[in-house]
Design a protein around this ligand. Structure first.
Ligand SMILES: *[C@@H]1O[C@H](CO)[C@@H](O)[C@H](O)[C@H]1NC(C)=O
Ligand SMILES: *[C@@H]1O[C@H](CO)[C@@H](O)[C@H](O)[C@H]1NC(C)=O
Ligand SMILES: *[C@@H]1O[C@H](CO)[C@@H](O)[C@H](O)[C@H]1NC(C)=O
Ligand SMILES: *[C@@H]1O[C@H](CO)[C@@H](O)[C@H](O)[C@H]1NC(C)=O
Ligand SMILES: *[C@@H]1O[C@H](CO)[C@@H](O)[C@H](O)[C@H]1NC(C)=O
Ligand SMILES: *[C@@H]1O[C@H](CO)[C@@H](O)[C@H](O)[C@H]1NC(C)=O
Ligand SMILES: *[C@@H]1O[C@H](CO)[C@@H](O)[C@H](O)[C@H]1NC(C)=O
Ligand SMILES: *[C@@H]1O[C@H](CO)[C@@H](O)[C@H](O)[C@H]1NC(C)=O
Ligand SMILES: *[C@@H]1O[C@H](CO)[C@@H](O)[C@H](O)[C@H]1NC(C)=O
Ligand SMILES: *[C@@H]1O[C@H](CO)[C@@H](O)[C@H](O)[C@H]1NC(C)=O
Ligand SMILES: *[C@@H]1O[C@H](CO)[C@@H](O)[C@H](O)[C@H]1NC(C)=O
Length: 868
């Protein structure tokens, strides 16, 4: 595909978007990623009213937007500024129509900044359930809580970061470094949230794989450093990082958040290739693109490049100025931006609103993000509008039950010499670890969970919620042992060596709780600026395990962590009789682990990542130091699609515990693989043209029509759509206003555009989901108690650049002792395809394709060749 070479001078920012697609046309990893560039693509695609699932919402949205004035449309697109309203982000309202400001609220695991809400297991933890029902139920319950607080858009789920490197600080907010597990999890979560009547915002699009340097900023020692550029080739983009976003789009996500970083040296929120071509073009995304908070870095450039909503609306927090707001009004009336582009932004926002039924389910916002007080300021930053701001509405319902169940079902049993489940009649139980007990400041004692005190049940940053309570492991285990005449002692100071020794020595069973934390880069905990500095346990966890297991030959280790941790210092110790990974389980942590330890729940979770022996096994390290010149650090994704287990398999490294691994208290056997070919038509590229861009208004270009209303009560630093002056350069407050800019070809072209071959429906060409094979296998419970097994289907695509095996499907089966269940899984055309950079489409290569079924990525007893 040939790209036009154009210099794109954005406001105050020269964005070189030139050079053709930089990947090797043969589909191998590209030779050079350093300084990669992103090709331009214009015009920004407008909504397709015929897109599957969107027709009704589109019609309603168009009817609504047709009534709006230019200023009202601008209000829909632009946030009112940081801490300007009740939610973590709000756009302007449309008082004339009684349409209130839309409310966007964190987080991917619950409602942030509110009370009487639930703290759900984190994304990376629920992923370990490998259970579509759990993904959906969690999404639905979170959605119901958001809805009950009056929120319109939940800022989640997360599939970016995907988890390229396990040290990435926010990986735990997402699901798994495997794109298929993440894709299924995100699709079910989106459906759950949106069935509850709230718009899901799938984020962060895209390649936001580390916290260090995610945004431009000044650093103490080195001064200004521009945002990191994640440089990726076209094949890796499609086969790995974009994959789960395609699933989210297919599931109907109403919104997608563009990320802080650059991709191929272009800021993602103004990257026309990624937003216009890939997301709205190829993936046929019909909802709206919202910026991450302060991730917008230009006005007109981001407008043309496909951004639809700016959050929180101001250029910098509380600057009082905006790249949009008055500037968006100006860019329309001065003729730079065609009105159809603004109409499309507004239509996309309103279509998402109608798609999920916000018109039916909206309740007044009844909380305030910036204070838990009942009375306070409506506009927190401006300190005005004193009144009732928090009604403390309890939206939790009976969600605690599902949270407990989900956390237990997401717990992964990594080792068990037979000591588990415990009987509850152990004579002398000892519990160790700071991670077993309370945070001395309370469960919410560190802002945004920015410390690692007490038991770890959530990472830190904006992806959090306040705990309504947090059941610690120690209190739950105490409850188990009470009443049995047993002894229970605990030491929660990891460094109380002599007390640890003397308690461990007496114990018949010792349960050691250890952890490793991470979070968002604006908080540093124990020297970790969001991203982890290493993969070892925190708080001297390894030493703790050693100190306990040296004295007790029945030591059970429970790990609460954000992702992989190094366990080989103790995993082979004969005195360590069991190891469990419990992730970040949320509010019911202690109850859930007790359910597993004492056998009420037979563990069936599987690792959603690989546990290796050193950080270097996972591939390239994160970038922790700025590169010379203080330009964008170049983060070259040279490993291509080989991350996590694909990297271990490719380099033939034996992991400690492989992706997909997890034991049960019973055992399973696999047999009877059967592959049935399903007739499907050929794959046909999408052809033809779109409609012309609909124009839903004809706004006046007279500046006098857009002046501040004389009776408006100005809220300090608030962003409005109005002009302060009829002198346009003056109103813009921009020294570069009106300077000649050569925009790339096609930015204003509203004529019918060619459809994209790999596109054609939400998520991509609908034929990618044609089923080509149906696979069945028998899974038998060969033990003596009921259990659940996640049967996994992997495919070997067979080419030299393909993973040895790649997950393609799975199902969690509940099986009675001695009984069998049939695992049934479809294999779609998408599952068998590679991205072909020459035809810019998916193709099934001529290499032999093999299907594997089994219990983990490395224990695949059944296999068959696919007759394509
Ligand atoms: C692509 O493959 C062809 C045929 O094998 C080869 O001649 C050509 O050099 C390859 N191109 C690149 C960029 O590797
Ligand atoms: C990328 O740009 C930097 C800075 O200009 C330069 O030092 C480096 O050699 C470039 N890399 C490549 C592969 O051209
Ligand atoms: C824009 O939104 C603000 C804030 O909600 C509101 O005060 C103003 O009236 C709105 N303007 C228009 C034209 O609707
Ligand atoms: C318009 O945008 C420019 C940056 O492009 C900014 O400096 C200016 O303050 C904005 N004007 C208003 C009125 O928000
Ligand atoms: C139109 O308005 C935008 C936004 O303020 C500004 O950046 C641009 O320079 C203006 N263009 C002209 C031709 O006046
Ligand atoms: C509790 O958290 C604070 C803040 O991170 C830290 O300084 C302190 O060491 C922690 N206390 C313990 C006992 O871990
Ligand atoms: C790894 O980081 C944790 C958390 O900061 C720290 O406690 C631990 O000592 C570090 N491990 C190593 C080997 O440096
Ligand atoms: C295992 O525990 C016993 C005490 O039960 C102790 O004597 C022995 O040294 C321990 N072994 C290891 C490898 O820690
Ligand atoms: C631990 O050591 C005790 C005393 O030697 C022994 O009775 C018990 O069987 C051992 N337990 C395990 C799990 O090895
Ligand atoms: C301001 O004046 C306009 C025009 O007279 C009127 O429509 C609007 O309701 C007034 N707004 C307020 C907040 O009083
Ligand atoms: C617009 O004018 C108001 C009233 O004079 C002033 O307070 C505000 O700062 C101005 N806003 C911008 C964006 O120029």
């Amino acid at each position: 595909m040939l790209w036009l070479v154009q210099a794109f001078l954005a406001i105050g920012l020269a964005e070189a978007q030139s050079s053709p697609n930089n990947s090797n046309p043969n589909g191998t990893s590209p030779t050079v990623l350093d300084n990669a560039t992103s090709p331009p693509f214009y015009p920004s695609p407008w909504m397709d009213g015929t897109a599957a699932g969107w027709a009704d919402a589109y019609a309603k949205a168009q009817a609504f937007v047709r009534q709006l004035t230019l200023l009202e449309k601008v209000n829909l697109t632009t946030g009112v500024g940081w801490e300007g309203e009740a939610c973590v982000g709000n756009v302007g309202s449309i008082p004339r129509l009684g349409f209130r400001s839309l409310c966007m609220q964190d987080s991917p695991l619950g409602v942030r900044f509110a009370d009487y809400v639930s703290a759900f297991p984190a994304g990376g933890t629920i992923a370990a359930s490998w259970d579509r029902g759990e993904f959906y139920r969690r999404g639905y319950q979170m959605g119901m809580e958001q809805r009950g607080k009056g929120i319109d858009v939940q800022l989640g789920p997360v599939v970016g970061p995907l988890g390229r490197n396990p040290k990435g600080g926010r990986n735990w907010e997402g699901f798994s470094p495997d794109p298929v597990l993440s894709g299924i999890a995100v699709a079910e979560t989106v459906r759950g949230i949106q069935d509850a009547g709230v718009i899901a915002c799938t984020k962060h699009y895209i390649l936001n794989e580390q916290e260090h340097f995610r945004s431009p900023g000044a650093f103490e020692d080195v001064g200004f450093v521009d945002a990191i550029s994640s440089n990726v080739d076209d094949k890796t983009l499609h086969e790995l990082y974009l994959w789960p976003f395609a699933d989210a789009v297919r599931a109907g996500t109403g919104s997608i958040m563009c990320s802080y970083n650059k991709a191929n040296n272009s800021q993602v929120c103004q990257n026309s290739y990624l937003q216009n071509y890939i997301l709205k073009g190829e993936l046929g995304f019909q909802g709206f693109i919202m910026s991450d908070w302060d991730a917008q870095h230009s006005g007109v450039a981001s407008t043309f490049a496909g951004l639809d909503m700016t959050m929180p609306g101001d250029t910098d927090f509380d600057s009082g100025y905006s790249f949009w707001g008055p500037n968006l009004t100006l860019s329309i009336i001065n003729g730079t931006v065609p009105e159809w582009r603004l109409d499309d932004m507004a239509t996309r926002i309103m279509a998402a609103y109608y798609l999920v039924g916000r018109d039916k389910y909206q309740v007044p916002v009844n909380f305030n993000s910036w204070s838990r007080d009942t009375y306070g300021y409506e506009h927190a930053f401006a300190q005005t509008g004193y009144g009732l701001i928090n009604q403390h509405v309890d939206v939790r319902d009976d969600h605690y039950q599902a949270i407990r169940e989900a956390a237990a079902r997401s717990t992964v049993l990594l080792k068990n010499t037979g000591i588990l489940p415990l009987k509850g009649n152990e004579k002398n139980t000892a519990v160790f670890g700071q991670d077993a007990g309370e945070n001395q400041y309370g469960p919410n004692g560190c802002a945004d969970r920015g410390c690692d005190n007490g038991t770890l049940a959530m990472g830190w940053g904006s992806g959090t919620a306040d705990f309504p309570y947090l059941v610690t492991p120690l209190e739950a285990i105490k409850r188990e042992t009470a009443g049995h005449g047993a002894i229970l002692q605990s030491v929660t100071d990891n460094y109380a060596f002599s007390q640890i020794a003397s308690v461990a020595e007496q114990a018949s069973v010792a349960i050691v709780f250890v952890n490793a934390d991470s979070g968002e880069g604006y908080i540093t905990v124990d020297g970790n600026m969001g991203d982890r500095d290493n993969l070892t346990l925190w708080q001297g966890g390894e030493t703790l395990v050693q100190n306990v297991s040296a004295y007790c030959n029945n030591t059970i280790v429970v790990i609460h962590s954000v992702g992989p941790v190094l366990v080989d210092s103790f995993s082979n110790s004969p005195n360590v009789t069991a190891i469990l990974w419990a992730g970040l389980p949320g509010q019911e942590s202690g109850n859930a682990i007790a359910d597993v330890l004492y056998g009420r729940v037979n563990p069936g979770g599987k690792l959603p990542f690989t546990i290796g022996s050193s950080a270097s096994e996972y591939g390239p390290d994160l970038i922790y130091e700025p590169t010379a010149g203080h330009d964008s650090p170049q983060d070259n994704f040279e490993e291509g699609v080989f991350i996590d287990y694909r990297a271990f398999d490719q380099k033939n490294i034996t992991p400690v515990y492989e992706f997909g691994f997890g034991l049960s208290y019973t055992t399973f056997n696999y047999s009877n693989l059967n592959v049935v070919k399903v007739p499907a038509g050929p794959y046909t590229p999408t052809t033809g043209k779109t409609t012309a861009a609909p124009v839903l208004g004809n706004a006046s270009t007279d500046p006098a029509d857009y002046q501040w209303p004389s009776n408006l009560t100005y809220v300090n630093a608030y962003i409005y759509p109005y002009l302060n002056s009829t002198d346009l350069p003056g109103a813009s407050h921009d020294p570069e206003y009106g300077l000649p800019v050569e925009y790339p070809e096609g930015v204003t072209d509203g004529s019918p555009q060619p459809r994209i071959a790999a596109g054609g429906g939400p998520g991509g060409n609908p034929q990618l989901w044609d089923v080509l094979f149906t696979v069945t296998a028998t899974v038998t419970n060969t033990g003596s108690i009921p259990g659940e097994e996640v049967a996994q289907l992997y495919i070997r695509l067979g080419g030299p650049d393909d993973p040895i095996v790649a997950l393609r499907n799975f199902d969690r089966l509940s099986i009675q002792p001695g009984g069998s269940a049939t695992f049934t899984a479809d294999i779609t055309r998408r599952d068998l395809s590679n991205w072909d950079t020459v035809s810019q489409n998916w193709v099934i290569s001529n290499y032999t394709k093999t299907v594997y079924v089994g219990t983990s990525s490395r224990r695949l007893p059944l296999k068959a060749t696919l007759d394509i």
